[in-house]
Design a protein around this ligand. Structure first.
Ligand code: NAI
Length: 346
């Protein structure tokens, strides 16, 4: 039994494996007695087929009211079609910080004891969608162009978030990842701002390091333990966070939180996995861990920790694992095993 008040929250099951991993996650949250009262909404491909709109106003209005959402992956057409509903949600609610922790959950893998957090700028950079084609000689796509934009205010916002987060969590070091040797304005402003605010606000409180993105990608594979908290611009963060997920067993293990000053949306790092959708074999851990971050966010660290401990015991003591982790459990079998562990932890 929990004593906290009910907390209204929006639930978007999403596309592909989204509904399967959402069901699994809700089983765990119900077993915990989590305080969320869900307002179920649709977005992405599911809502294109249902109501002809990848981000219906009802969904946006629901998050405007609850300021809190758990979201399954949303499909985005490649190379054309509608703009990503994920990106639109991040813009709509100014969710400027994307926090993606990666922790080794299963010992004995290629990398042991990984404990990294990637903080990604979520609203600017090359994700702003200022793109167009220039037609030449009858080829409508003869030239493709994109404009990236990073602002001083946006850089300051995310960098302060990352330094504050690292200090609050007792971390040792923040690594600022950039490509300021080539993109001297677009990512130069990010590095310049990082140096400035470190000097003025954080010096002496935490270690500061700079790393060029290509070198960072290599170092993450060679010796990931040298990093602690990484903060970077939008596209680099997108790519490096998938790489980091690979260090802890793949995308099925990586949760993410999109945080703004007035709202937060929690999700798995991975997408809708169309190749395995509908088969009931997806790994629900990433969304479950996102739900644990959501519990932390509302101050229910007790429940978040219980959920993380139940997942750990299911993986390592019961040895119940989905196919991506070398096991044979279905999504629902894994979820049922987590529920048993949660009940046993009362
Ligand atoms: P993806 O992350 O969906 O899949 C990549 C690979 O990882 C696939 O082989 C998939 O089977 C596997 N995988 C992903 N999650 C898994 C899980 N929980 N358990 C077991 N295996 C898992 O990436 P992909 O294929 O590039 O994207 C598919 C769609 O998802 C696209 O429409 C994309 O735009 C969208 N997407 C949405 C995101 C979001 O809603 N935040 C994030 C990334 C992609």
């Amino acid at each position: 039994m929990t004593t906290s008040k009910p907390i209204p929250a929006t639930l978007i099951p999403g596309d592909g494996i989204g509904p399967e991993i959402t069901t699994a996650t809700l089983m765990a949250l119900d077993a915990l007695g989590a305080p969320f009262v869900w307002d179920r909404q649709v977005a992405g491909a599911a809502s294109v087929s249902a109501v002809g709109d990848p981000l219906p106003p009802e969904c946006v209005n629901s998050i405007r009211k609850t300021k809190l959402a758990l979201k399954g992956p949303l499909e985005t057409p490649i190379g054309g079609g509608y703009r990503s509903s994920n990106v639109r949600l991040r813009e709509e609610f100014k969710l400027y910080a994307n926090v993606r922790p990666a922790l080794t959950l299963i010992p004995g893998g290629r990398y042991e004891n990984i404990d990294l957090v990637l903080v990604r700028e979520n609203n600017e950079g090359l994700y702003m969608g200022y793109e167009h084609f220039i037609p030449i000689d009858g080829d409508p796509h003869a030239v493709g162009m994109a404009t990236g934009i990073n602002t001083r205010q946006g850089c300051r916002h995310i960098l302060k978030f990352a330094f504050d987060y690292a200090i609050r969590k007792g971390r040792k070091k923040v690594t600022v990842v950039h490509k300021a040797n080539i993109m001297k304005a677009l990512t130069g402003i990010f590095l310049e701002t990082a140096r400035q605010i470190f000097e003025s606000d954080y010096k002496g409180q935490i270690e500061f390091e700079e790393c060029i993105v290509d070198a960072c990608a290599m170092k993450l594979v060679m010796n990931p333990w040298q990093f602690d908290v990484i903060v970077t611009t939008n596209l680099f963060g997108d790519i490096l966070s998938d790489e980091i997920a690979g260090l802890v067993g793949g995308l099925g293990m990586a949760p993410g939180a999109n945080i703004g000053d007035h709202a937060a949306i929690f999700e798995a790092v991975h997408g809708s996995a169309p190749d395995i959708a509908g088969q009931g074999i997806a790994n629900p851990i990433a969304l479950m861990l996102a739900a644990a971050m959501m519990l932390d966010h509302v101050g229910r660290f007790d429940l978040g920790n219980r959920l993380r401990r139940a997942i750990d015991a299911t993986l390592n003591e019961d040895k119940v694992r989905t196919g991506d982790l070398g096991g044979s459990a279905t999504t629902l079998e894994f979820a049922s095993a987590v529920v048993e562990r949660i009940k046993a932890s009362r």
